[in-house]
Design a binder for this molecule. Structure first.
Ligand code: FAD
Length: 409
C-alpha cells in the first residue's frame, strides 16, 4: 500500500473520514492522504439505507460519496477492506488487518458507530441496519412481504417502519417508552409522529418494551415488560448505536463513550484526532462533552478536523493553533414523505412551543427551550426557516428573540 512516507491516515471512509480528507486538501495540505475502511463497499450514503432504499428494487444501491475521479483529483487514496487493528502512538504506526505497520504524521479516527446488538436468549444477534450488507437482508423481508417486528422506535425503527408500510408490509413497532424520540422532538411532535405512524397502519402496542427474545421454529417469541409473549416472524433491532473504538483499546488514546477530543478535534495524543459519530468532543457553547450521531454534523466536523490539521501543519514550522468547532448540530429524518429537520439539541425538561404554522398541516416550527434559553428547533415543511433558526441558535438567541423572529401566522 502506497509509499512509506508518513502522511495523514484517516480511519473510516464515510461522512466524517472523507470530509476530513477533503478538508486537508482544501486547507492546502499537500502530503499523502490514505483513507482506510474495513468495509469492501466504503463510501456510500448511509442515511439512504433506511429510507426509500428499503422499499426499492434489490439492485438499487446507495449512491457513492465520491467518484474515483474526485478521489484521484484530490489525491486521496481509499483502501477498501483495510481495517485498522491497532495504533502505536510511540512509534507513530498504525497496524492493519493485513499486518501492515503504516507510519503517520497525523491520524483521523472516523470509525463511526455500529448498531447496538440485541441478543436472543440463544445468544444470536438480531438483524440490524447500519451497512449495505444489512440492507440486502432487510430487503428480502420486503420482497416476501412478511409481517415484520421492529424493536426500537428511534430514527431507524421509525424510518424502516414507514418504508415497509409503503410496500404494504405489516409492521409492529415496539418501543421502550410511551413517546418515540421524545428526548429529541418533545412531547408535542412525538405524539403527532406516533399518530402519523398509526394512520399508516403501523401496529404500536401501548405496552411494548421488549425484555427478551427467544428463537422459535417459525421466528421469535418476544417477551414484553408486562409478561406478554408476542409471536414474531422477522425482527429488526433498532435500539441505537455505539462508537467503534475497540481497535484503540490500550493505545493510550483517551476513550469514554467514544474517542475524547477537545473542541478542535484533538485527542490527548499529539497528532491523533477524531470526528463524526465516534468523536466525543467538548462543545464550545456549553463546555459539555457531546457525541453526536448525525450525518451533516459528521461531514462538518470531519472537514473542520481536516482544515485544522492543515492549519497546524505537519511539524515543518509555520504552524497555527487549531480552531474550535462550533457548528449547530443538525439532523433530518424522512417518514412517509414528511421531512423533519432538527437544529440544536433539546434538553430534558424543555418546553416545546409551536411558533410558526401547525402540526396538523405538516407545516410547522417548534422551538424547544427552558426559561429564556432556546436549545433546539424542529422544522417541518418550512425549509426556508432553517437558516433563520440556525443563525438564532448559533448566536445564542433567547426564547423571546426566537418568538419575536417567528413569521406571523
Ligand atoms: C440507516 C441509517 C440511517 C441514517 N439516517 C440519518 C438521517 O436521516 N439523518 C442524519 O442526520 N443521520 C442519519 N444517520 C446517521 C449517520 O449516518 C451517521 O451520523 C454518519 O454515518 C456518521 O458518519 P461517520 O463517518 O462518523 O461514521 P460511519 O458512517 O459509521 O462510518 C465509519 C466508517 O468507518 C469504518 N470502520 C469502522 N471501524 C474501522 C476500522 N477499525 N478500520 C477501518 N475502517 C473502520 C466503517 O466500516 C465505516 O465505513 C443514519 C444512520 C443509519 C445507520
Amino acid at each position: 500500500m502506497g509509499g512509506r512516507t508518513p502522511g495523514v491516515l484517516v480511519v473510516g471512509a464515510s461522512a466524517a473520514g472523507l470530509a476530513a480528507a477533503d478538508g486537508l486538501r482544501e486547507g492546502g495540505y499537500e502530503g499523502p492522504i490514505t483513507v482506510l475502511d474495513d468495509e469492501l463497499t466504503p463510501s456510500y450514503d448511509r442515511p439512504m439505507l433506511s429510507k426509500g432504499l428499503v422499499a426499492s428494487r434489490e439492485d438499487v444501491r446507495p449512491s457513492p460519496l465520491r467518484t474515483p475521479d474526485q478521489l484521484a483529483d484530490r489525491r486521496i487514496d481509499v483502501q477498501a477492506g483495510h481495517a485498522a487493528v491497532g495504533l502505536d502512538i510511540d512509534r507513530r504506526l498504525l497496524v492493519t488487518n493485513y499486518g501492515e505497520a503504516l507510519p503517520w504524521s497525523h491520524v483521523v479516527i472516523a470509525t463511526g458507530a455500529r448498531a447496538r446488538p440485541v441478543l436472543t436468549t440463544a445468544g444470536t444477534a438480531l438483524p440490524t441496519l447500519r451497512t449495505v450488507a444489512d440492507l440486502e437482508a432487510l430487503r428480502s423481508l420486503v420482497t416476501h412481504g412478511k409481517a415484520t417486528t421492529i424493536i426500537g422506535a428511534g430514527f431507524i425503527g421509525l424510518e424502516v417502519a414507514a418504508a415497509l408500510r409503503s410496500r404494504e408490509v405489516p409492521v409492529t413497532l415496539l418501543r421502550s417508552g410511551p413517546r418515540p424520540l421524545r428526548h429529541v422532538l418533545g412531547d408535542t411532535v412525538s405524539d403527532w409522529l406516533l399518530g402519523v405512524h398509526r394512520s399508516h397502519g403501523v401496529d404500536l402496542p401501548s405496552e411494548s418494551r421488549a425484555v427478551s427474545v427467544e428463537v422459535t421454529e417459525t421466528g421469535y417469541d418476544i417477551v414484553l415488560a408486562d409478561g406478554t409473549r408476542l409471536a414474531a416472524g422477522p425482527v429488526l433491532a433498532g435500539i441505537g448505536a455505539e462508537p467503534v473504538t475497540a481497535w484503540l483499546a490500550g493505545s493510550g488514546v483517551d476513550l469514554g463513550d467514544g474517542v475524547w477530543t477537545d473542541a478542535a478535534g484533538r485527542t490527548n495524543v499529539p497528532g491523533v484526532w477524531a470526528a463524526g459519530d465516534v468523536a466525543n468532543a467538548v462543545e464550545v457553547r456549553t463546555g459539555r462533552r457531546r457525541r453526536i450521531e448525525h450525518w451533516t454534523h459528521a461531514i462538518e466536523q470531519g472537514r473542520h478536523v481536516g482544515l485544522n490539521i492543515a492549519r497546524v501543519g505537519t511539524g515543518e514550522g509555520g504552524a497555527d493553533e487549531p480552531v474550535p468547532f462550533t457548528a449547530v448540530p443538525y439532523l433530518w429524518t424522512e417518514q412517509y414523505g414528511i421531512k423533519l429537520h432538527v437544529l440544536g439539541e433539546r434538553r430534558p425538561g424543555d418546553e416545546d412551543i409551536v411558533v410558526e404554522g401547525d402540526l396538523d398541516s405538516g407545516d410547522v416550527v417548534v422551538v424547544h427551550g427552558a426559561g429564556d434559553e432556546m436549545h433546539s428547533v424542529t422544522i417541518c415543511g418550512r425549509i426556508r426557516a432553517l437558516r433563520k433558526y440556525k443563525n438564532l441558535l448559533r448566536s445564542g438567541a433567547s426564547m423571546a428573540e426566537a418568538l419575536g423572529a417567528a413569521a406571523p401566522a
